[in-house]
Write a protein that binds this ligand. Structure first.
Ligand code: UDX
Length: 452
C-alpha cells in the first residue's frame, strides 16, 4: 500500500485524492484552507462534482483517506506528494504560480524522507525544473527527491470517470526511475502511459487543451458561415465527425468555451510563445473567435426583439457547462452584463449554480424554477445545456413569456418543434433550419449556390 499526499483540495486535488484512495492507496489530502478541511472532515464537499461525495465517504469509512492542514502530518511516511493547487491567470495571461511555489516550499521544509513530487496543476513549460530548484533551496538539510510532471485531463462533471478511465497517462521527468514509480501507481487504470521529459509532458497538457479549444472555435467559425449560407452546422459536424481523422467530439457550436481550463491555458500558451518572440497566430484567432460568442448571442436577441431597454431577458443555465456549479469564465456572466448595459432586466435559473453565481451577477434575479423565471420575459437564452432543459414543458413556458423569443445558445432544441409551439426560435449556425419566425422559416432564396 502506497502513501500519497495530495496538496490542494479543489477540483483536481480532491478528485485525485479520492480516486487514488479508492484504488487502495493511503491518501492524505492537504489544504491550507482550514475551512475547507474542517468541512471535508464533516463530510461536506467544497465543490460540486457528481459522485465525489459518495466516493470520499466510502474511503473515509475504509480509513484510506484523511484530511489535514499540516504539511508535517501530510508528508509523514509519504512516498508521493502531488501538487494540485490552483494556477489562475495573471494580468497578462501568464499563469499565477504563487500557490505552486508556496506548496513546493512547504514540502521542502517538512519532508523527512526521500520523496517523489508530482506536478498535477497545469503549469507553464519549465515549472517542473523551477519546482525542483525551490525544493532544493528550501530544504533545511538535503534529502533526495525527484520531480515528475503528471498533467490532469479531467473534465468537470465527469472528473471521476475521466480519472478512472483515462485516455492516457502522461508522465515527464528527468529521473526515469521516479517516472517509473509514478507509472506503477497508475497501472490499475489500464491506460497507455507516455513517459517523456519534464518539459514535454508540460507541453502535452497545453497543446491538448489548445487543440480542443481550436476545435471549438473552428466549428463556431463554421457556424457563422453556415448562418450566412443556409447550412446547418449540427449536421455539418455530424458529417465531418465520421472521418476518423476529425472525430465527432468537440464540434458543438454554441457560446464557446469557458471554465477554469481552456480560457486560461490557451492564453498562457500564447503568452509563453509571445514571451519568446513568437507570434501565436492560430491561438490568437482561437481566442478572438471565442470572445465574440458572448456579444454575438446578445446581438441575436436584439435582432429578434429590437431595443432591449425596459425588456426582460431570461437565462436558462448559468454554469459554464452542465453538471457543475463552476462559474469560472462562464459565458452567462458576460451575457448578463451586456444585456443589463442595454437597459434590460435579467432573469436566471440554473439547477445547481445559482448560489455560486449570485455574488458574481449583480442585479440578476434568480428563480427557483424555469417556469417562473420565464414569466414575462421578452426573450430567453439557453446558456448551458443542462439535461433538465431538454425536457421542459416548452408550451407552458411559451404561454408565460411576454413574447416567445428563444435564442438557443447550445442548439438543444429542434427548430421545427419550437416553431410549431409558437416560438420565434434562433439556433446557432442552423442556417435555413434554425431561423423560424412565428412558424415561418426565414431565409432568402438564393438563385444559385454561387449567388449569381
Ligand atoms: C477541460 C478539458 O476537457 C480537460 O481535459 C482539462 O484538463 C480541463 O479542461 P472542462 O473545462 O471541465 O475540461 O470542460 P470541457 O467539457 O472540456 O468543456 C470546456 C468548454 O468547452 C465548456 O465551456 C464547453 O461548453 C465548451 N465546449 C465543449 C463547446 O463549446 N463545444 C464543444 O464541442 C465542447
Amino acid at each position: 500500500m502506497k502513501q500519497i499526499c495530495v496538496v490542494g483540495v479543489g477540483y483536481v486535488g480532491l478528485v485525485t485524492a479520492a480516486c487514488f484512495s479508492d484504488l487502495g492507496n493511503r491518501v492524505i489530502a492537504l489544504d491550507i484552507n482550514e475551512e475547507r478541511i474542517a468541512g471535508l472532515k464533516r463530510g461536506e464537499m467544497p465543490i460540486y462534482e457528481p459522485g465525489l461525495e459518495e466516493l470520499v465517504e466510502r474511503n473515509v469509512r475504509a480509513g484510506r483517506i484523511k484530511f489535514t492542514t499540516s504539511y508535517a502530518e501530510g508528508l509523514e511516511g509519504t512516498d508521493f506528494a502531488f501538487i494540485a493547487v490552483g494556477t489562475p491567470s495573471g494580468v497578462d495571461g501568464e499563469a499565477d504560480l504563487r500557490a505552486v511555489a508556496a506548496s513546493a516550499k512547504s514540502i521542502a521544509e517538512n519532508m523527512r524522507d526521500s520523496l517523489i513530487i508530482i506536478n498535477k496543476s497545469t503549469v507553464p513549460v519549465g515549472t517542473g525544473d523551477w519546482v525542483a530548484e525551490i525544493v532544493s533551496s528550501n530544504q533545511p538539510e538535503p534529502i533526495p527527491f525527484s520531480v515528475v510532471s503528471c498533467p490532469e485531463f479531467l473534465r468537470e462533471g465527469s472528473a471521476i470517470s475521466d480519472f478512472m478511465q483515462p485516455h492516457r497517462t502522461v508522465l515527464g521527468s528527468l529521473d526515469p526511475e521516479a517516472a517509473e514509480k509514478v507509472a506503477q501507481l497508475h497501472l490499475p487504470l489500464r491506460a497507455p502511459i507516455v513517459i517523456t521529459d519534464l518539459r514535454t509532458a508540460e507541453m502535452i497538457k497545453y497543446a491538448s487543451n489548445a487543440f480542443l479549444a481550436t476545435k471549438i472555435s473552428f466549428i463556431n467559425e463554421i457556424a457563422n458561415i453556415c448562418e450566412e449560407l443556409g447550412a446547418d452546422v449540427k449536421e455539418v459536424a455530424v458529417g465531418m465527425g465520421y472521418d476518423k481523422r476529425i472525430g465527432p467530439f468537440f464540434l458543438d457550436a454554441g457560446l464557446g468555451y469557458g471554465g477554469s481550463c481552456f480560457p486560461k491555458d490557451v492564453k498562457a500558451l500564447a503568452y509563453m510563445a509571445a514571451e519568446k518572440g513568437r507570434h501565436p497566430q492560430l491561438l490568437n484567432a482561437v481566442m478572438e473567435i471565442n470572445d465574440d460568442r458572448r456579444p454575438m448571442v446578445v446581438r441575436q436577441v436584439m435582432e429578434l426583439v429590437g431595443d432591449l431597454k425596459g425588456k426582460t431577458v431570461g437565462l436558462l443555465g448559468l454554469s459554464f457547462k452542465p453538471n457543475t456549479d463552476d462559474m469560472r469564465d462562464a459565458p452567462a456572466i458576460d451575457i448578463a452584463k451586456m444585456i443589463q448595459a442595454y437597459g434590460a432586466k435579467v432573469h436566471a435559473y440554473d439547477p445547481v449554480a445559482m448560489e455560486v453565481a449570485a455574488p458574481l451577477m449583480d442585479g440578476v434575479e434568480m428563480f427557483s424554477d424555469p417556469y417562473s423565471m420565464a414569466a414575462d420575459c421578452d426573450a430567453l437564452i439557453v446558456v448551458t445545456e443542462w439535461n433538465e432543459f431538454k425536457n421542459l414543458d416548452l408550451e407552458r413556458i411559451c404561454e408565460k413569456m411576454r413574447s416567445p423569443v428563444l435564442v438557443d445558445g447550445r442548439n438543444i432544441y429542434d427548430p421545427a418543434v419550437m416553431a410549431k409551439i409558437g416560438y420565434t426560435y434562433r439556433g446557432i449556425g442552423r442556417g435555413y433550419n434554425g431561423s423560424y419566425h412565428n412558424g415561418e422559416v426565414e431565409h432568402e432564396v438564393i438563385a444559385s449556390p454561387t449567388g449569381v
